[in-house]
Design a protein around this ligand. Structure first.
Ligand code: ADP
Length: 447
């Protein structure tokens, strides 16, 4: 081998970094490989938040939540297809994971609402910075402090095994260095999902053929092939999530927090048509049913001020802006009179505190402070719920339901946590909690 280590981590997203730091802190020597020239995977793009129940941040804001409600919301959002043991781990460790990140320097003090959650539990940095980039940065800084050996441009090709089937190391291909192998007693697969690979997506869910994707270029799913070659079984690959609000003009995903903070969705006739903060699958299907297969996010200056992320969308030039709603309607070819009536009606519902039209559970603010803003949105492939099968120690299972000794997996590369549909805010929670678990368990295994 070119080098020898205790644990080799594959992937530099939130799951990979969490695993690397946790394994190191539990006493293991760690090497991390990443096929792309940059770190952070899809995790760094996550704009929403990190779901956690019974956290210190919630306490500080007087938000009452229960781990059991987070379990219920997650199971309901996933249509009960989730592995309940994994959902228990997710919810029970969620506040601990926020505390773990906070102790390493993260700011997750702001707490907002995401679709499918019964209470505010989406933890994010104060001031509205993207949660994923922040969490990845904190984890990266901590990996650097620990002097963890990180290798970019290094693709995992094959998991090598001893004669008894346990992990012996990893064959990699360096973009500049070619093939070499890393001797390791344990491997952690944290290679993310395959949303960017439309051929693979359409193979599992044909109705998503030709769809754009919100993901980073590395989300191709080759890590799943590496796992399958090592004998891993796969779960839930047919469950692929479309994010409801992708801007076709900008080629970027518009975070759910825009709706969570008060934006409404209207169609070309100027009408609302759905509870804006329902689950992603329901919102996406509703948008596709509208004329043109798209809709418009409409909001005002108070929503803009509440979320830093919106400045980025405005800077991209994809948001129409005017003091007059009617001008926006004219620009985007929305029925102006109806749009005015819809906003008026919505504001009266906000005042009354109850959405009698679509039962939207949160009504954070009326839309009555000019300027007004709107942008077109349509669904795009966002998250792949399926992946390798793991047990409650994040150990990878083979087709016979036995563990592959020394092989662990975490994050979007795994299946079972989210069932048929992932709730916004549960991805960051998943990758940190299961990344930590995989790192700790791998460190225990090698001793
Ligand atoms: P998660 O959110 O589960 O942490 P991410 O998508 O954030 O997943 O990160 C996964 C990372 O793994 C990405 O940076 C991706 O480029 C990397 N990756 C995927 N396949 C391989 C591979 N075969 N070898 C090395 N790195 C890989």
């Amino acid at each position: 081998p070119a080098l020898s280590t205790d644990v080799v981590v594959i992937g530099s997203g939130g799951a990979g970094f969490s695993a690397a730091v946790a394994a190191f802190d539990a006493g293991a020597k760690v090497v991390l490989v990443e096929k792309e020239p940059v770190i952070g995977g899809n995790a760094k793009l996550a704009a929403g938040g990190m779901n956690a129940a019974e956290s210190a941040s919630q306490d500080a804001l007087g938000i009452e939540d229960k781990v059991s409600i987070m379990v219920e919301d997650t199971m309901k959002g996933g249509y009960g297809k989730n592995d309940p043991a994994l959902v228990d781990i997710l919810a029970n460790n969620s506040a601990g994971s926020v505390a773990w990140l906070t102790a390493m320097g993260a700011d997750l003090k702001d707490v907002g609402r995401m679709g499918g959650a019964s209470v505010n539990r989406s933890h994010r940095p104060t001031g509205g910075a993207g949660v994923g980039a922040h969490v990845v940065q904190v984890l990266y800084d901590n990996a650097v402090t620990r002097d963890i050996d990180m290798r970019l441009n290094t693709r995992a090709v094959e998991i090598l095994k001893h004669a008894d089937g346990s992990v012996r190391g990893l064959l990699v291909k360096g973009a500049h260095t070619g093939y070499y192998w890393i001797e390791a007693k344990a491997a952690i697969l944290a290679t993310g999902g395959f949303a960017k690979n439309n051929e693979r997506v359409a193979h599992h869910d044909p109705k998503l053929k030709g769809f754009a994707a919100t993901n980073h270029p590395g989300a191709t799913g080759d890590g799943l092939d590496v796992a399958a070659n090592a004998g891993a079984s796969m779960t839930d690959l047919e469950y692929v999530q479309a994010h409801p609000t992708y801007s076709p003009l900008g080629g970027v995903m518009i975070t759910e927090a825009v709706r969570g903070n008060g934006a409404i969705l209207v169609n070309r006739d100027g009408n609302r048509f759905v509870n804006e903060i329902t689950t992603r699958d329901v919102a996406a299907a509703a948008i596709l049913k509208q004329k043109g297969g798209s809709a418009f996010l409409v909001f005002d200056d108070s929503v803009r001020k509440s979320l830093k992320k919106i400045e980025g969308y405005i800077a991209l030039g994809i948001v129409s802006e005017s003091q007059q709603l009617s001008e926006i309607a004219a620009e985007l070819d929305i029925d102006a009179a109806q749009l005015a009536a819809t906003v008026k009606r919505y504001n009266s519902l906000v005042e009354g505190g109850k959405d009698l039209d679509f039962a939207r559970p949160n009504l954070p603010r009326a839309l009555n402070q000019g300027a007004y803003y709107a942008l077109e949105v349509t669904p795009a492939v966002h998250h792949t719920m399926g992946g390798v099968t793991i047990d409650n120690r994040a150990e990878v299972q083979n087709e016979q339901g036995q563990t592959i000794k020394g092989l662990y997996a975490a994050g979007e590369a795994t299946g079972g946590v989210h069932g048929a549909n992932r709730l916004g805010g549960n991805a960051i929670s998943d990758i940190v909690t299961f990344g930590r678990l995989a790192g700790e368990q791998a460190a225990k295994y090698i001793k």
